[in-house]
Design a protein around this ligand. Structure first.
Ligand SMILES: *[C@@H]1O[C@H](CO)[C@@H](O)[C@H](O)[C@H]1NC(C)=O
Ligand SMILES: *[C@@H]1O[C@H](CO)[C@@H](O)[C@H](O)[C@H]1NC(C)=O
Ligand SMILES: *[C@@H]1O[C@H](CO)[C@@H](O)[C@H](O)[C@H]1NC(C)=O
Ligand SMILES: *[C@@H]1O[C@H](CO)[C@@H](O)[C@H](O)[C@H]1NC(C)=O
Ligand SMILES: *[C@@H]1O[C@H](CO)[C@@H](O)[C@H](O)[C@H]1NC(C)=O
Ligand SMILES: *[C@@H]1O[C@H](CO)[C@@H](O)[C@H](O)[C@H]1NC(C)=O
Length: 273
């Protein structure tokens, strides 16, 4: 009983986090990759200002629902397509689920468990990898950018933003709108897939294939303000391998009987010790 009360109390208190810096967002606010001199306020303008929302189409083993792409991550790139990775060893967390739970983000976590899948079943490890390799590299998510920083709140901001953007980019529906559905028999042309993705944002996406099979798409943005809560502006991908697929592409159905067994080994400490 006592423990239950304590846990309930902590669940109520935990989400009262500080906020990321208040950055200008209006038409005149700086947009990443559009600076003409060195960026002074790296808390309000992302230094690796080309931000990629990356999605998977895993067919064998299959991950996630049969009519939905899944999340790979949200990657920061410099404006020429190069990037740095693993930027802060001290924030290479191995308890992402626990951090999100402790912050009261159970809906977010439930969504991630459905749509942010690892092909070997290690969803938690995959999230840790994405955070450690890419998330720690955002200049605008640096702890020093937060007023009254609460440890790991930038982690929560990162995962919330990845999911928020992913929800705005339903690739399956984008392709279906152009009558492009997964098929074991019909092939598609590179041009018709690129056009279908261009139509919804007015800029190109980047597509990736393996052995002629479509398996990844990347949507590129510049950002006004912090990656935590800024305005994401669709832009043409710069310096990336902008088209990693052949002229004829297979978009195969997911083989649901090959879905991996989920292995989430993390157990959360109560955080009350
Ligand atoms: C924009 O700012 C970045 C980071 O300070 C800097 O590396 C880059 O050279 C700047 N771009 C221009 C055109 O000055
Ligand atoms: C997550 O791990 C970090 C680093 O070990 C620790 O400081 C933090 O308290 C942990 N968070 C939770 C909610 O367990
Ligand atoms: C689709 O592409 C695959 C791989 O290149 C090929 O084996 C297959 O014959 C093609 N199917 C059709 C209907 O053209
Ligand atoms: C968009 O992609 C298409 C197909 O790959 C390419 O022909 C076109 O040049 C790209 N547009 C821009 C503005 O880069
Ligand atoms: C689906 O995956 C299972 C398990 O890997 C495999 O045995 C089966 O042949 C696959 N079916 C198709 C149509 O690829
Ligand atoms: C589950 O994941 C943990 C941590 O990634 C790993 O050490 C362990 O071998 C995995 N177990 C299975 C059965 O895959």
């Amino acid at each position: 009983m006592a423990l239950r009360t304590l846990l309930a109390a902590s669940a109520v208190l935990a989400p009262v986090f500080a906020t990321p810096p208040i950055c200008p967002i209006g038409p005149l606010a700086p947009l990443s990759c559009h600076n003409t001199t060195a960026i002074k306020n790296t808390c309000c303008t992302e230094v690796q200002g080309q931000v990629l929302q990356v999605q998977f189409w895993d067919t064998q083993p299959a991950t996630g629902p049969a009519n939905h792409w899944t999340i790979h991550g949200l990657w920061p790139d410099y404006c020429d397509g190069t990037y740095t990775q693993y930027c802060d060893e001290s924030r290479q967390y191995t308890n992402i689920s626990c951090i999100l739970e402790a912050a009261g983000k159970n809906d977010l976590l439930a969504y991630m468990r459905k749509y942010w899948k690892d092909q070997a079943g290690g969803d938690e490890s995959f999230w840790e990898h994405e955070w450690g390799k890419h998330g720690t590299c955002y200049s605008t998510l640096n702890p020093s950018c937060y007023t009254k920083y609460h440890p790991q709140e930038e982690v929560v901001d990162f995962f919330e933003q990845v999911v928020r953007l992913f929800k705005l980019l339903p690739t399956y529906d984008f392709l279906a709108a152009a009558n492009i559905y997964p098929s074991a028999t019909k092939n598609y042309t590179n041009t018709e897939i690129m056009r279908a993705l261009h139509r919804v944002r007015g800029v190109n996406a980047t597509i990736e294939c393996e052995q002629g099979q479509l398996y990844e798409v990347e949507y590129t943005f510049n950002v006004k303000g912090s990656v935590a809560d800024g305005l994401f502006v669709p832009v043409e991908p710069l310096g990336e391998g902008t088209n990693g697929c052949p002229e004829v592409i297979q978009y195969l159905p997911k083989n649901i009987s090959s879905t991996p067994v989920v292995n989430n080994t993390e157990t959360c400490s109560s955080g009350l010790v």
